[in-house]
Design a protein around this ligand. Structure first.
Ligand code: HEC
Length: 134
C-alpha cells in the first residue's frame, strides 16, 4: 500500500515536472489549437494586439499597454495602482511558465480590453512577440 502510494506520488511528480510550461511550449500549444504551424505565429500581429486601442469605460481608450505600459520590459500598474511585474520574459523570466495563470489572465484581460476572448492564434502571436523582446 505504502509502496503503491509512493509510486503514485512519483508518477504525479514526474508528470508535473514534464508539464513545466515555457513560452515556446505555450506557443506550440496555441499554434496547434488554432491549426497553424508555430512558424505561422506572428510577432508583428502580437505587437499590434498589445498596442491597439479599444473603446473602454468613460470614453477612454484602453489597450494591453494601458496597464502593462508601452514597454513590456517595464513594470506596469493596475487600475487601482498596484504594481504589475514586466510582461516580457527578458525582464521577468517567470512569465509564460504557468499555463493556468496565462489562460486565466488572457481570458480576463482580453475580455476587459477587446470585449471578447482572444483566439488561440492571438495568444500565440502575443507570446511570440513578447518572447522576442530583447
Ligand atoms: C486593467 C489592467 C490590465 C490590462 C488592460 C491588461 N492586463 Fe494583462 N495583467 C494585468 C494584471 C493585474 C495581471 C496579473 C498580475 C501579474 O501577473 O503581474 C496581468 C497578467 C497578464 C498575463 C499573465 C502572464 C504570465 O505568464 O504571468 C497575460 C498573458 C496578460 N496579462 C495579457 C494581457 C493582454 C493580452 C492584454 C490586452 C488584451 C492585457 N493583459 C491587458 C492587468 C492588465
Amino acid at each position: 500500500m505504502i509502496k503503491h502510494l509512493a509510486w503514485t506520488g512519483l508518477l504525479l511528480l514526474s508528470a508535473s515536472a514534464a508539464a513545466a510550461d515555457t513560452p515556446a511550449g505555450l506557443m506550440a500549444r496555441y499554434a496547434q489549437q488554432s491549426g497553424v504551424a508555430v512558424s505561422a505565429l506572428s510577432p508583428a500581429r502580437g505587437e499590434a494586439l498589445y498596442r491597439s486601442g479599444h473603446p473602454g469605460r468613460d470614453g477612454k481608450t484602453v489597450s494591453c499597454a494601458s496597464c502593462h505600459t508601452a514597454n513590456p520590459k517595464q513594470a506596469g500598474q493596475s487600475r487601482v495602482g498596484k504594481r504589475i511585474e514586466p510582461l516580457a520574459p527578458a525582464a521577468n523570466p517567470a512569465r509564460f511558465t504557468d499555463a493556468a495563470k496565462v489562460e486565466k489572465w488572457f481570458r480576463r484581460n482580453c475580455t476587459d480590453v477587446l470585449k471578447r476572448e482572444c483566439s488561440a492564434q492571438e495568444k500565440g502571436d502575443f507570446i511570440a512577440w513578447l518572447s522576442q523582446v530583447k
